[in-house]
Write a protein that binds this ligand. Structure first.
Ligand SMILES: C[S@@+](CC[C@H](N)C(=O)[O-])C[C@H]1O[C@@H](n2cnc3c(N)ncnc32)[C@H](O)[C@@H]1O
Length: 256
């Protein structure tokens, strides 16, 4: 039997679903799509940590590659994001969405992304800020300041955009945990997923808290670092080639 609401209830639910489409991730994706639309046809876009979806490929009129640590059917190559099989300064736009929190050493990933990014190229790197733990390999959460601190030294220019203000985030968390509760109670409750964040987003708009990065009390749902490749990019030191066993110096001892 269908659990979809009918009549007036259906109209209210459908209105909220429509409204809920304007949530934080949709706004972030709009920004990314607008960037991709402006790229030249010969530009190279690489989606690092793409998981199961070649996200934004359809919006891309440029060359597009997708990669992930895991060997998946939808990737062009599998690779650890700290050791990409891509040449220095070879990528016009890097997309890395909700991946950095899953790696033990985010600084190593950012450094590798800076290595492959062309001078003047763009990195679009998004991370969750205030969301529940969602994986067995879920190491980090970022604030806008933390993300900027991590990325800024490696890119010529960078700014963090905040998607989802305090009440939209609280709405998301309320919806998430209420859905979990309903799931435990075996009550269908998908509507909550969009209802609470939508209400929260409306409160944020009224309070002017949709994109604040400075106020200490604000929560953020998702952060997008938009950076530009540096002229003469900063590089990690190249690994030193192995020269075989090295004579050990005499152990140091204080002079008699
Ligand atoms: C939450 S999913 C990413 C979602 C995806 N980017 C999207 O837009 O829907 C995290 C992904 O990061 C990948 N990942 C984790 N560590 C990685 C690493 N060191 N190098 C590359 N990918 C990694 C995981 O395999 C997983 O597919």
């Amino acid at each position: 039997m269908s659990t979809e609401p009918r009549g007036l209830a259906a109209r209210v639910v459908s209105a909220f679903r429509e409204y809920g489409k304007h949530d934080a991730i949709v706004r972030r994706d709009d920004y990314i799509q607008a960037h991709l639309a402006g790229l030249r046809a010969d530009a190279l876009v690489v989606n690092v940590g793409c998981a199961l979806v070649r996200r934004f490929e359809a919006d891309c009129h440029s060359r597009y590659l997708a990669t992930d640590l895991r060997v998946l059917d939808n990737v062009d190559f599998s690779s650890d994001a700290t050791m990409l099989p891509l040449a220095d300064d070879s990528v016009d736009t890097l997309i890395t969405l909700e991946m950095l929190e899953h790696v033990p050493d985010p600084a190593a990933v950012v450094s590798e992304l800076a290595r492959v990014l062309k001078p003047g190229g763009t990195i679009l790197l998004s991370v969750p800020s205030a969301v529940p733990r969602h994986d067995h390999h879920d190491y980090w959460r970022f604030t806008a300041q933390g993300l900027k601190h991590l990325c800024d030294p490696l890119f010529a220019e960078g700014e963090v955009m905040v998607f989802g203000g305090t009440f939209e985030t609280l709405g998301y968390l309320a919806a998430y945990y209420i859905s979990l509760l309903l799931h435990v109670l075996k009550v269908p409750g998908k509507t909550f997923r969009q209802f609470f964040p939508s209400i929260g987003a409306a409160i944020d708009r009224r309070a002017g808290w949709t994109t604040s990065t400075s106020a200490l009390h604000t929560l953020a749902f998702d952060l997008l670092y938009v950076g530009t490749g540096a002229e003469g990019s900063i590089r990690r030191p190249k690994p030193v080639p192995s020269v075989g066993p090295v004579d050990q110096p005499e152990p140091w001892a204080p002079a008699p």
